[in-house]
Write a protein that binds this ligand. Sequence first.
Ligand code: TRP
Length: 445
Amino acid sequence: MIQREYWGSRLGFILAAAGSAVGLGNIWKFPYVAGANGGGAFLLIYLAMVFTIGLSVMLAEMVIGRMSRKNAIGAFAKLKGGAWPLVGLCGVAAAFIILSFYSVVAGWTVAYMVKSVAGELALADSGALGGMFGDFIANPVSPIFYHALFMALTVFVVLSGVGAGIERASKILMPALFGLLVILIIRAVTLPGAAEGVAFLLQPDFSKVTWNTVSEALSQAFFSLSLGMGAMITYGSYLGKKDNIAGSAGWVTLLDTSVAVMAGLLILPAVFAFGFDPAAGPGLTFITLPAVFAQMPFGSFFAFLFFLLLAIAALTSAVSILEVVVAYFVDDRRIHRKTASIAVGVIIFLLGIPSSLSMGIWGEFTLFGLGFFDLMDAISSKLLLPVGGLFISLFVGWVIWPAAKQDVAGANGVMPFWVDGWGVIVKFVAPAAIAFILLKGLGVF
Ligand code: TRP
């Protein structure tokens, strides 16, 4: 039997896990959600959620992974059994679904890299760019081609293995991502009129804060930190016993949050400097920003760098999602990593096709009032991820607590001072908070 792999170094693990966390969620979603929900006030609530519940659940996932040295399903089977592996199954299902539409959007970013090189984005008016974006995503062929290309890249990294594929790619791509982010931020905040955008992100407006804001902040925190699916269980399963796992979880959380705030400092000043409206997600990224770039000197070049940044962020996240599924087939079904990666990649690619088509020719088909793309998004991020996160917290807090506590203690067995605080969060605070967003997301209240 092939030996199960370990990460080559602590830095490699931190970069891979940060690569998972830093993704489209940070760059295209966070700036808008923050701006629209009270700016600095949202930021404060978000930071509070991230560094209490988010960090605790991340550590819980990593501990489950390290203790079991198994994939998301196998980990629960090994540590407890019974019905618990269903939690992992929920995660694997979420991975199939999320990656299928995530890759479609990631494909758009690759297409826009090509368009910026070709000079096609150099249109100064956002009406024309809006039309172009609408036509592009509604096209039944071209976006599916880029979705296939992106899935192929993701499969290639995963089939190369944990060390030679995931870790090596993260060690190259994550520094590149930070470099690009810094270059683009310097460009954005030195634009005349940028201050208004910074104010939109940072100035607290507590009048916009409702329970909705709180629930929005917690869902955003979960998605952004890659929690609830077993991605951090899977990555944690390649950790050695001696690693300082809590410190690593802290670093990953800090890096993810910094990139979200930095993305806000990149996007919002640029948007305000040119007098545009900070519209939602896809519109902001694919319509407003190209219009902003078109008005700058060397705009096509900066547009290319921006879409490259997005594509890199999406790739390291997609890799972690695919790895959740592949690790299961490799560990528990004894399927060769290469075979599993390719087969799962093909199935996810096929599942993504209706999502892509729902932007155009299949736009008429709706279920529960949602198009296919939005339905996939809702099932996964409103249902499967919170359910996963809820049971992961309960599992660590109530089922394996004494062993979990021991796992985070240093090699000399000394309990860290925060261990009881972590216990209170995974036993009570996180389950209650997640149950709240779950019920709210399902429209119960
Ligand atoms: N965190 C990534 C983002 O912000 C997406 C992601 C990767 C994810 N792996 C995940 C989300 C696991 C939930 C669960 O874009």
